[in-house]
Design a protein around this ligand. Structure first.
Ligand code: F6P
Length: 374
């Protein structure tokens, strides 16, 4: 009797999602004789029972496509906006799963998706996940698909910014995605030859950054490229934010809490422009003209790289094999040369940030890149 498999993509999109859907689907249909349906727009599609047939033809011609043919959303099963309310839709999802007589649900996503999938697994669903995100910050896997493509895009952007920064004798501050982990900024910064790389893992001192730029200038290089992760903080900004958060936590009555919350929102609003503020500060401290380039969602769009297609396909086919064996409650992880199942409870609630003793950090320091701290 054939097994019935549902598949969805959740969280921010990422190059390689379609390659992964195709990998799971082709192996499920061809190698194991399963039946596959897709759910649209992440966990919301499960709630609303919006499906897409994935019976063969739909899986052709999608390997090189960016985005996800299924659509995605950041909805959480247990906290979903419904009309003007936020509701726990877990039971509705369980009903949909049972109505389709599913034997397995494949969830493709980043850290948040692993958590949501684990929640559904705890409610009895046979869940299995794949790790995707351009941030490469999912725990327990060597690599997530999407990262390699974004790395290429960010590196090419830095390459292009070099010639214009050089021609105008300017600083160019380039903001790279990664709220909590600096893999992308660090990787692209090294590969693109940035002079300064600022990461969420290492708080920076703007004076130290300016000193590095001034030293380059004295050596005859009157331009600099500063690659900054969107989650990087100066020591001062980090202190302000921490203080404002602490005040909300420690508020003794409703009035104090309200005041502290408004103050925190103000601090967070100002910090949304921290890359622009950094650029202005560097102008003041160096006397050089500085420009900002925010790469944003360009890093997530378009055709996946060969490495991402390969990784996503391998993860996808391994996933179909695990479903066939009846292995659930796991994320399929890339470990060395293998694709291995890792229990979801070992993945959720963790984030793979750049360890301070990581080889990429040492490499950057060894070639004289300033990381803002020394
Ligand atoms: O998690 C991937 C990511 O691209 C992060 O790098 C970025 O901080 C975030 O998503 C942006 O999310 P959104 O597309 O919802 O604005």
């Amino acid at each position: 009797m054939s097994q019935y498999v549902g598949i969805l993509t959740a969280g921010g999109d990422s190059p390689g999602l379609n390659a992964a859907i195709r990998g799971v689907g082709k192996a499920a249909l061809g190698a194991y004789g399963m039946q596959v349906i897709g759910f649209r727009d992440g966990f919301r599609g499960l709630v609303q029972d919006r499906t897409v047939r994935l019976s063969g033809g739909e899986l052709s011609g999608i390997l090189t496509l960016g985005g996800t043919i299924l659509g995605t959303s950041r909805d959480k099963p247990h906290q979903m906006p419904v009309g003007s309310q936020t509701m726990d839709m877990t039971e509705v999802i369980v009903d949909t799963y049972n109505r389709h007589s599913l034997d397995a649900l494949v969830c493709l996503g980043g850290g948040g998706t692993q958590k949501n999938a684990y929640h559904l697994h705890q409610h009895g669903l046979n869940v299995i996940t794949l790790p995707k995100t351009i941030d490469n910050d999912v725990a327990m896997t060597d690599m997530t698909f999407g990262f390699d493509t974004a790395l290429g895009i960010a590196t090419e952007a830095i390459d292009r910014l070099h010639s214009t920064a050089h021609s105008h004798h300017r600083i160019i501050v380039v903001e790279i995605m990664g709220h909590n982990a600096g893999w992308l900024a660090l990787g692209a910064g090294i590969a693109g030859g940035a002079d300064v790389i600022l990461l969420p893992e290492i708080d920076y001192d703007v004076e130290i950054v300016a000193d590095a730029i001034n030293r380059r200038r004295r050596r005859g290089s009157s331009f600099s490229i500063v690659a900054v992760s969107e989650g990087a903080f100066s020591t001062q900004d980090r202190k302000h934010l921490k203080k404002a958060k602490k005040k909300v936590k420690k508020a003794e009555n409703e009035e104090d809490r309200e005041r502290a919350t408004v103050k925190l929102a103000g601090v967070e609003l100002v910090l949304q422009d921290k890359t622009l503020a950094l650029s202005r500060q560097l102008e003041q401290l160096t006397g050089l003209v500085s420009r900002v380039t925010i790469l944003g969602h360009v890093q997530r769009g378009g055709t996946p790289s060969a490495a991402d297609r390969l990784l996503a396909t391998r993860l996808g086919t391994a996933c179909a094999g695990l479903i066939h064996q009846g292995v659930f409650g796991v994320m399929v992880a890339a470990k060395g040369n293998d694709m291995q199942p890792v229990p979801l409870e070992e993945v959720v609630g963790k984030r793979k940030t750049v360890p301070l003793d990581h080889d990429w950090i040492k490499t950057a320091r060894d070639i004289g890149v300033c990381l803002g701290d020394q």
